[in-house]
Design a protein around this ligand. Sequence first.
Ligand code: ADP
Ligand code: MG
Length: 138
Amino acid sequence: MSNTTLMMIKPDAVENGHIGNILQKILSSGFQIKALKLTQLSLNDAKRFYEIHKERAFFNDLVSFMSRGPIVVAVLKKKDAVNSFRNLIGSTDPSEAAEGTIRKLYATSIGENAVHGSDSDENAEIESSFHFAGRERF
Ligand code: ADP
Ligand code: MG
């Protein structure tokens, strides 16, 4: 168990004006922000970030969606951050996400599901290094 995770507010949620509400919910759930920025992935960046899914049927839709507009990226700190944040965001498919979760509140579909959260401590570290130089993480 580690104490940091990597989150992204995806292009759909940025387009729909949910940056403030999502960050508010994250902070009020006890996460500390260790790094934060607004950025945009190129198509190639998105392909690298989601390489693990490259054989999946939804891969092309996923990488084109993730690169179509700005995203907010943050490193978050809390005890058992990876699991705690996955609980806060809810199921991948918002129709299956629990009441009060970020995806239940703000996602529109299984593909355009508002937020990303790392799925393991190892991936949290890989994904944090993908997005932030060491001097940007506090
Ligand atoms: P999660 O983001 O909950 O960890 P996955 O790692 O399985 O989910 O998938 C990565 C992302 O790919 C999802 O968040 C979603 O944007 C997209 N995705 C996953 N499954 C599907 C699907 N069946 N159809 C379309 N897009 C999908
Ligand atoms: Mg995942």
